[in-house]
Design a protein around this ligand. Structure first.
Ligand SMILES: [Zn+2]
Length: 525
């Protein structure tokens, strides 16, 4: 019997095209006497492919034309409205033609690796788009290409709920971009094709099997145990046991994206130990995220202090404070900070209008229902309600704090607020998460104040102050090293991080640490 780990994405790209973070996908294949079985951890999407990156300059959100997703009376996306609009634009046919999609992990390799596999279990570790963004596409595609393959998809209930929003958000973004392309007469050939349509989303979500923390799922020779993982709502880490490898069982641990330290909304956990994982002897492999490997992240409390001080200073000079934010988790974390520091309290001397716009709203509602009693209880009062309201906030001369997605300014309302507010030197435009250096958010740090830049498709004089915060939900260099020290794995596979950071881990632990590459195949036993 042989056990292999195959990296499909979110590893170092030998071709040097794809960024190190995005499009996660790690496949384990085990061949036993009863046949071949496979477990796939995540199938995400990259933010954008290279071609799209170049196109962004004109297709970026420019004006007020984008509309929020319409909801039906149950609070679900109004599917009929989306279908109608997509149909009018001639984009109901989804991009299923290509064997591999430039925005997805390597499907060709996945399909080859699944040759002879009877049963595939897909685990979604959490609902960030770089981990789940390709799943509806993959599920439909596998059903078509490998009709005899039995597929099971596992995720927690919050991950399913957040993923649903993420999938529909993907359609909404495509729809809004295409509407602008049509209105600005850029030509139909520039239309953005979504990766999947509504039927693919619903087919996947209907078949999802919900897992809870502590659950153990057995599939072929694999035994998967799910642990609470402090990253975002619903995230899991997974202990893997593969039995019948020669005369023994191979043991492993998949960290998922994680920060073990307390993040206020999501409580932290101690760095795992073998005892905690229920492993007696030793760990054969550790598959670990390396987003900030080799780096020291400022303590969460320090970042919070700096953010709060900067907001106070900005408000005092009459400025507006824009936080471009990931819709999932980061927006809620930022709002939690604002509440705890009195910015939303009318009686506080730091009171200031606080607003949330874009997909941050929908995700905040999910968080509120899953985290009763948290600071998010009244969050709906802070939502930008509609277009008129948005314009009144945008054009007001009063200070405010705005939390708007997207976090890398690749689209969404954050781009519009930034492109309007950038001209005023009293204002602050801030990022609060990892930035792809190629993204508009990543380029912000290179902008000289007072220079003219194209942002959101507009030429703007960038007078506002640019700030960067990292209240990260990923582990820092020390946590990464401590995880390896605690678990003492025979081999550590690093993914989801930059090469320099990975090198620093190799320098500490030597050749037992592997920097995974896209397309890399690693024999475990
Ligand atoms: Zn994540």
């Amino acid at each position: 019997m042989e056990v292999e780990l195959i990296s499909l994405g979110a590893s170092l790209d030998p071709a040097g095209i794809l960024p190190p973070i995005g499009g996660e996908g790690k496949l384990f294949v085990a061949e036993t006497e009863s046949g071949k079985h496979a477990v796939l951890f995540d199938f995400g999407a990259y933010q954008q492919d290279k071609r799209q990156r170049e196109k962004e300059s004109f297709s970026l959100l420019r004006t007020e034309e984008s509309q929020p997703l319409k909801l039906d009376d149950k609070g679900f996306p109004d599917l009929a409205a989306i279908v109608k609009e997509m149909g009018e634009m001639g984009i109901q046919d989804v991009d299923f033609d290509s064997a591999a999609h430039p925005q997805l992990p390597n499907y060709k390799l996945l399909r080859e690796s699944l040759r002879g596999v009877k049963e595939l279990t897909i685990v979604a570790t959490h609902a960030h788009a770089d981990h789940i963004g390709g799943l509806p596409w993959l599920y439909a595609r596998l059903k078509k290409d490998l009709q005899n393959l039995k597929i099971t998809v596992l995720m927690t209930a919050p991950t399913r709920e957040l993923s649903r929003w993420s999938f529909y958000d993907h359609l909404k973004i495509a729809k809004n971009k295409n509407r602008r392309i049509r209105e600005q007469k850029f030509g139909r050939r520039n239309f953005v094709k979504p990766l999947y349509g509504i039927s693919e989303i619903e087919a996947l979500l209907n078949d999802v099997k919900i897992v809870e923390y502590g659950d153990v799922v057995v599939t072929g020779p694999f035994e998967l145990k799910f642990f609470f993982n402090p990253h975002i709502l619903g995230a899991v880490s997974v202990r893997v046991k593969i039995s019948g490898v020669g005369d023994r069982t191979v043991t492993g641990f998949v960290t998922g994206d994680v920060r073990y330290k307390d993040q206020n909304l999501i409580p932290g956990t101690p760095i795992p130990t073998l005892a905690k994982l229920g492993i007696d002897h030793y760990l054969d492999f550790l598959l670990m995220e390396a987003t900030y490997a080799g780096k020291a992240l400022p303590p969460i409390a320090e970042e919070e202090k700096r953010l709060v001080a900067d907001i106070k200073e900005c408000i005092a000079r009459g400025g507006k404070f824009l936080l471009g934010s990931l819709a999932i988790d980061r927006a809620q974390t930022l709002f939690d900070i604002l509440v705890r520091h009195g910015f939303t309290d009318h009686r506080s001397k730091f009171y200031v209008p606080v607003w949330l716009d874009g997909a941050t709203q929908e995700i905040s509602s999910i968080y509120t229902s899953r985290l009763p009693g948290s600071t998010l209880a009244d969050v709906a009062k802070y939502f930008v309600r509609d277009r008129d309201h948005r314009w009144s906030v945008l054009s007001s001369d009063k200070p405010c704090v705005m939390i708007a997605s997207s976090g890398m300014f690749v689209g969404g309302w954050s781009v519009m607020y930034a492109s309007v507010w950038a001209t005023d030197p009293r204002n602050v435009i801030a990022t609060a998460s990892w930035q792809d250096p190629e993204s508009p958010g990543g380029r912000l740090s290179g902008i000289r104040r007072g220079s003219v830049v194209t942002f959101g498709g507009k030429r703007v004089r960038f007078n506002a102050e640019i700030k960067r915060y990292r209240p990260s939900s990923h582990m820092d260099g020390d946590e990464a090293l401590q995880t390896i020290r605690n678990l003492r794995p025979t081999r550590t596979f690093l993914a989801h991080g930059e090469e320099k950071g990975m090198d620093s881990v190799v320098a500490k632990f030597g050749s037992s640490v592997v920097k995974t590459k896209i397309g890399g195949r690693y024999v475990l036993a």
